[in-house]
Design a protein around this ligand. Structure first.
Ligand code: FAD
Length: 289
C-alpha cells in the first residue's frame, strides 16, 4: 500500500510560517528540483521523508515591485512571469531564456534556483554580481542576508527550518547605469545544464572604472567571485591595458578550480571561464547598453 504523505497548502504566508514553526517541513515551490532529487523508479512517487509545505501559490511570495532604486522579486515568481514583467532587468531575462524549456520555466522559481544552491544554477552568477540580498521571513520576523553568505556549498544554504525566502532584492538595479553581461556555455542553447557560466558588471564614469564585479558558475562548489581581485581594477581608465588584463586573468587562474564530471572536463571549463573573462575585460569601455 502507498505510504501516506502529509502535505500543507495554506492560503497565506502567516499560516504557512506558523505551521513551519511547529513542524520541520520540506518546502516545495515549483518542485522542478525537489521532484528530480527525490525521484525513484518509474511510476513510484518521489520519497520525501518530511511533511511537505507547498508555497508556490502564496501571493505574498509572487510580487515584483520597485523600492527606491532596488527591485524586489517575490521568491515564488516563476521564470515565465519574470520574462513577461516590465521591471525584470534584461540580463536576467537573457539568463532565464537559457534555462530549460517553457514547461519548466512555467513552474521553476527564482527562489528555488537560489535555495537549490547548485553550482550550475543559471541565475546565480548574475545574482552574485547584482549583490543580491535575500529577505527571509519566519514567525520571529525577518532578516536580510547577502546571497554570498546564504549559499554555503552545493545544496547547503543558511536557512533555519522555520524560515522561508520571501524576496530577492537587487540593490540599485533600477538605476540602469551599469554594463552587465551574462554568458552560459552548455551543450545546447536552452534545456542544457551549464558547463560554465559568467556574469560581469561594470560602471564607468568619464572612462574611469567606478565599479566592477565578476562571477563564474559551474567552476567551483559555489559561484566564484573575488572582491579583492575586483578592487585592483577600481579607478583604472578604459580601455584596460594588456598588463591589467593579463594580471586579472592570472589572479583568476589561481582561484578557478573546476572539476571533471559527466558534462565537461576541468581543463575545458577553466579555459572557457578565462576566455569569457578576457572577452569581457577587452570589451570594457567599448560596450554600449
Ligand atoms: C528538465 C529540467 C531542466 C532544468 N534546466 C535548468 C537550467 O537550464 N538551469 C538551471 O539553473 N536550472 C535548471 N533546472 C533546475 C530547476 O528548474 C531550477 O533550479 C528552478 O529554479 C528550481 O525552482 P523550483 O521552484 O522548481 O524549486 P523547488 O524544486 O520547489 O525547490 C528547490 C529547493 O529550494 C527550496 N525552496 C524553494 N523555494 C524556497 C523558498 N522560497 N524558501 C526556502 N526554500 C525554498 C526547496 O525546499 C528545495 O530544497 C532544470 C530542472 C529540470 C527538471
Amino acid at each position: 500500500m502507498a505510504e501516506k504523505v502529509v502535505t500543507y497548502r495554506f492560503n497565506c504566508l502567516e499560516k504557512t510560517l506558523n505551521q513551519m514553526n511547529k513542524v520541520d517541513c520540506a518546502i516545495i515551490a515549483g518542485g522542478t528540483d525537489v521532484m528530480v532529487l527525490h525521484k525513484s523508479r518509474r511510476g513510484v512517487p518521489p520519497q520525501i521523508n518530511k511533511p511537505i509545505m507547498f508555497i508556490d501559490h502564496l501571493p505574498e511570495l509572487k510580487q515584483i515591485y520597485p523600492k527606491h532604486n532596488n527591485l524586489h522579486i517575490g521568491a515564488c515568481t516563476t521564470y515565465s512571469e519574470l520574462l513577461e514583467h516590465r521591471l525584470t532587468p534584461e540580463p536576467l531575462k537573457k539568463a532565464i531564456k537559457t534555462i530549460a524549456a517553457p514547461a519548466i520555466r512555467n513552474r521553476g522559481t527564482l527562489g528555488g534556483n537560489i535555495c537549490n544552491a547548485s553550482p550550475a544554477g543559471d541565475t546565480l552568477p548574475l545574482l552574485y554580481v547584482y549583490n543580491a540580498k535575500l529577505l527571509l521571513r519566519s514567525v520571529n520576523g525577518e532578516r536580510v542576508v547577502g546571497i554570498h553568505d546564504f549559499i554555503q556549498a552545493p545544496r547547503r544554504i543558511q536557512r533555519f527550518h522555520n524560515e522561508i525566502v520571501a524576496e530577492i532584492i537587487l540593490p540599485d538595479v533600477l538605476l540602469n547605469d551599469a554594463f552587465i553581461v551574462f554568458e552560459k556555455v552548455g551543450n545546447r542553447n536552452a534545456d542544457a545544464i551549464a558547463k560554465v557560466s559568467f556574469a560581469g558588471l561594470t560602471r564607468i564614469i568619464n572612462n574611469r572604472i567606478e565599479d566592477i564585479r565578476f562571477a563564474f558558475g559551474a567552476v567551483g562548489p559555489t559561484m566564484v567571485r573575488s572582491t579583492s581581485i575586483e578592487r585592483k581594477l577600481l579607478g583604472k581608465t578604459t580601455p584596460l591595458t594588456h598588463t591589467d588584463i593579463a594580471a586579472t586573468l592570472a589572479d583568476f587562474d589561481k582561484i578557478i578550480k573546476p572539476i571533471d564530471d559527466q558534462r565537461s572536463t576541468a581543463s575545458y571549463r577553466k579555459t572557457v571561464a578565462l576566455n569569457l573573462l578576457k572577452y569581457f575585460l577587452n570589451s570594457i569601455g567599448t560596450m554600449t547598453k
